[in-house]
Design a protein around this ligand. Structure first.
Ligand code: ATP
Ligand code: MG
Length: 277
């Protein structure tokens, strides 16, 4: 089983869109995928067309300190889902012990070993939920819009992941920046991609997700982009990301590696000094 966390301390960078469509792509390529919504606002749960669950049927069960509690899994067309509940917000007050960052890891190991991939969608904040996700993960994907504030948020997230890796989860292989909502016509998008590529090298995914209207409309009624329009560029882009992720864990997926070219879409121009983070 591979556990992926989708995380960025900055909001609106495509975390939930990535969780849904990357999971759907992994599922289409033959993996058994579970998505856990760890955002108290529960946008992923809503986008999957699910109403607010009972607390006992939400991802809060993973923090109930009863590792034998059955997982509250919803079977959806593209993947299985453990939905979020607003009760995650109020439970923050009691989840304050240092060891409270270990619950998801323990629960996944004890109850959810039957999945090939578990994808954890997190909120844009450092909370016990996002830390639990990082502690349980093999890989962290940091979706980042190639613009000033999201890049700063992504770099801060990268540092948080490094701290978790050092102190709590040495098994965490890496965090990878994933450029989302890339608009090839914008010069600053090219420039921020080049800046990140030069600074973080192989920690930047070679695949990118371009702006795609189908991605923003398809995720409001429980469907992934593959149900709405499998030919849309968002579908193509997330399929490439799924393959890149599979290749990172070749031994566990059993896939043959395909070499990925840096998805440049033309030459990248450097940032002006006034644009540097
Ligand atoms: N590649 C894309 N092309 C066009 N729109 C996109 C793309 N990716 C995401 N969006 C849109 O951008 C908005 C923010 O995306 P999303 O909800 O996935 O971000 P998020 O990081 O999960 O946000 P939050 O921090 O609030 O949880 C949504 O309206 C979504 O439909
Ligand atoms: Mg979200």
């Amino acid at each position: 089983m591979i556990t992926l966390t989708v995380c960025n301390h900055k909001g609106g960078t495509g975390k939930t869109t990535t969780s849904i469509n990357l999971s759907a792509a992994l599922s289409l390529s033959g993996s058994k995928v579970l998505v856990v919504d760890l955002d108290p606002q529960g946008f992923l749960t809503r986008m999957m067309g699910q109403s607010e669950p009972e607390v006992s049927a939400s991802s809060l069960v993973l923090f109930e300190q009863d590792l034998t509690a059955p997982p509250p899994i919803l079977k959806l067309p593209n993947f299985d889902l453990i939905p979020s509940s607003p009760a995650l917000s109020t439970a923050l007050r009691r989840l304050t012990k240092p060891t409270d960052v270990l619950w998801v890891k323990e629960y996944l190991q004890s109850q959810l070993g039957g999945y090939d991939v578990v994808v954890l969608d997190t909120a844009a904040a450092v909370t016990v939920y996002s830390l639990n996700a990082l502690v349980a993960s093999d890989l962290v994907i940091i979706p980042v819009l190639p613009e000033y504030q999201p890049v700063i948020g992504a770099e801060q997230t990268y540092q948080t992941v490094k701290m978790v890796q050092k102190s709590l989860n040495p098994g965490l292989s890496a965090s990878k920046f994933l450029f989302t909502m890339v608009d090839a016509r914008k010069r600053n998008h090219h420039a921020y991609r080049l800046y990140m590529r030069e600074k973080y090298q192989e920690d930047v995914m070679t695949g990118i997700v371009r702006t795609c209207t189908t991605l923003s409309v398809s995720s409001h009624d429980g469907r992934s982009v593959y149900d709405t329009n499998p030919a849309a560029r968002g579908a193509v882009d997330y399929a490439n990301i799924a393959e890149e992720v599979s290749n990172l864990f070749q031994d566990r997926f059993g896939h043959t590696a395909r070499s990925h070219e840096w998805a440049g879409h033309g030459e990248l121009a450097p940032l002006a000094s006034s644009e540097m983070p």
